[in-house]
Design a protein around this ligand. Structure first.
Ligand code: ATP
Ligand code: MN
Length: 537
């Protein structure tokens, strides 16, 4: 069998036991990959030059099918449970043996790439993929080695991704036919039964969320980050759909990255080399940077088209609400090169509150910052995860529990000490509903959210007066440039004030219930930041 493309002379898939594969295509360029995708009938070229593919049965991540191998390396370190599900080393080996058999004589696309823009923490990754678009996705999303680096490339980690290989749950120990399994000892991620590309990037994110805090005292964060004209770094934590990608793409600030970052003694650095944006209802007016990034090199996923054309119709959700595009970060004009910034001056916690209870922006005390970070409240918006069709209340510790192998207090303590040391300003931003809950109210206008963030970043919220929220105790600015004053206090936007109070009490009780599991690890200052429900709704 032959090898094509660029690779290190000694590079071989035999090192991971793949001995009898078919032709292998190493580090093909996007142009070559696009040709293969089209020839194989797996995608079409759109009129902006991007390639559009469909990921198949799965159009979002499947958190319930994500496992970590439990062995001497992980047994005592990982926070096991519903999020970090155990997989035995024996089952891993047996399942991987079956994957190897499946991959025999198949054509494979290999991609050498790395994670972490800070050289000190660089992690070399080799993806071995059944599909050409998986290779192109890894090229877009991870950092791209130079030709010279490829000629000397030594992978630290391998990802084997075979969407059409199906597990047999009874034999393989999986939950169903799809799986993503991380093995820290073998330094390997195996993905099967799903073509959703997000599993590839979030697999490596989970790996870094273990290695960096556990072994290197670097805080890993599920956040976007950008830098202002004065060199001030801002980071935006938030669960899926809360606006990390959208709000970090700001024409007045240079983008560091849209989803995964580390915070070391030197400041903030991106793990990735690309962005993965939602395209639902995307428009050039509202999100010009993302819109214009969709050109040759970008991969659109699961979108629809204007009938009879190759023009994407971003309102078309016939496949999924979670339509996406991946592109290399340089498709955005205004970026930091390399993808690094100083210690953050401002931190935003983004939450898409489907109850319409939380204020659109509020300033947090250190205790509140810890409380809200550990709580990680949002509503899961349809799409990114299988089975979510309308917003569902969710608490996800550290705004990223599905990707965090360690106990949440580990990340919280690391963030807390850094926030205190550097006197960081922390804001809670509700990018969700206003004027009523989901169904009655409306999502807060993007232009208002942007104006509130700009005001915070420019120090314009430092001198204004604040009102404390009755139940949540959050400090709400009484005015904000570019934003109608009456929306700043959410109660004002509800016609029915009693209904607002009832919803706010309900949400406060949900917070309190959720926080019980963390009480033993929280100090008095954090506990005082809990919302005070006035009735047990
Ligand atoms: P993921 O972790 O899945 O990548 P994310 O946090 O990056 O999620 P975005 O991709 O930025 O989330 O998605 C936010 C979505 O919400 C976009 O489609 C955006 O257009 C829409 N949106 C609507 N109103 C707002 C608002 N006020 N603020 C932010 N986003 C908004
Ligand atoms: Mn994003």
């Amino acid at each position: 069998m032959s090898t094509y493309g660029k690779k290190a002379e000694n590079a071989s898939l035999k090192s991971i036991g793949l001995n009898n594969v078919g032709d292998t295509f190493w580090n093909l360029t996007p142009a070559e990959l696009v040709e293969d995708i089209v020839i194989l009938g797996q995608g079409v070229v759109t009129d902006s030059g991007a390639i559009a593919i469909e990921t198949g049965e799965f159009t979002g991540r499947s958190p319930q099918d994500r496992f970590i191998v439990c062995d001497s390396k992980t047994e005592d370190a990982v926070w096991w449970g519903d999020i970090n599900k155990k997989f035995t080393p024996e089952n891993f080996d047996a399942l991987y043996d079956r994957m190897k058999a499946y991959l025999t004589n198949r054509e494979l696309y290999v991609r050498d790439a790395y994670a972490c823009a800070d050289d000190e923490h660089r992690l070399n990754i080799r993806l071995v993929a059944e599909m050409p678009w998986s290779s192109m996705f890894a090229h877009n999303m991870f950092l791209r080695p130079t030709d010279e680096e490829i000629s000397n490339f030594n992978p630290d980690w391998h990802i084997v991704c075979a969407p059409e290989f199906m597990a047999e749950p009874e034999m393989d120990g999986t939950r169903q036919h799809n799986f993503a399994i991380i093995n820290f000892t073998k330094k390997m991620i195996i993905i099967g039964g799903t073509g959703y590309t997000g599993e590839i990037k979030k697999g490596i994110f989970s790996v870094l969320n273990f290695i960096l805090p556990h072994e290197k005292d670097v805080l890993s964060m599920h956040c976007s980050a950008n830098v202002g004209k004065d060199g001030d770094t801002a980071v935006f934590f938030g669960l899926s759909g809360t606006g990390k990608t959208t709000l970090s793409s700001d024409e007045n600030r240079r983008l560091i990255g849209d989803d995964e970052h580390g915070w070391s003694d030197n400041g903030v650095f991106n793990f990735e080399g690309g962005c993965y944006a939602k395209t639902i209802d995307l428009s050039a007016e509202k999100e010009p940077q993302i819109y214009n990034a969709i050109k040759f090199g970008a991969i659109l996923e699961n979108i629809g088209f204007e009938e009879g054309t190759r023009t994407p119709n971003y309102a078309d959700t016939h496949i999924t609400q979670n339509t996406r595009v991946s592109y290399p970060i340089h498709h955005i004009d205004n970026i930091m090169v390399p993808s690094k910034g100083g210690v953050p001056k401002n931190i935003f916690f983004l939450t898409a509150d489907a109850f319409g209870v939380l204020p659109p922006i509020s300033k947090l005390t250190p205790g509140q910052a810890m409380y809200h970070f550990i709580s990680g409240y949002t509503a899961k918006v349809a799409g990114t995860e299988a089975g979510i069709d309308e917003p569902v209340t969710a608490f996800s510790a550290c705004f990223g529990a599905p990707f965090l192998p360690l106990h949440p207090t580990k990340y919280a303590e690391m963030l807390g000490s850094r926030m205190e040391k550097h006197n960081v300003k922390v804001w809670l931003v509700n990018t969700g509903w206003s004027g009523g809950e989901y169904g009655t109210g409306e999502r807060i206008k993007l232009k208002f959210t942007r104006a509130m963030i700009t005001a915070a970043l420019e120090g314009k919220l430092d001198a204004v007066d604040y009102t404390n929220h009755e139940i949540f105790g959050l400090a709400m600015p009484n005015e904000c440039e570019g934003v109608p004053t009456d929306i700043l206090n959410p109660k004002n936007t509800w016609d029915d004030k009693a209904a607002y109070d009832a919803k706010a009490n309900h949400l406060a009780n949900e917070f309190v219930k959720n926080f019980k599991q963390f009480e033993s690890a929280a100090n008095e200052e954090i506990m005082e930041a809990a919302p005070k429900a006035t009735v047990n709704a």
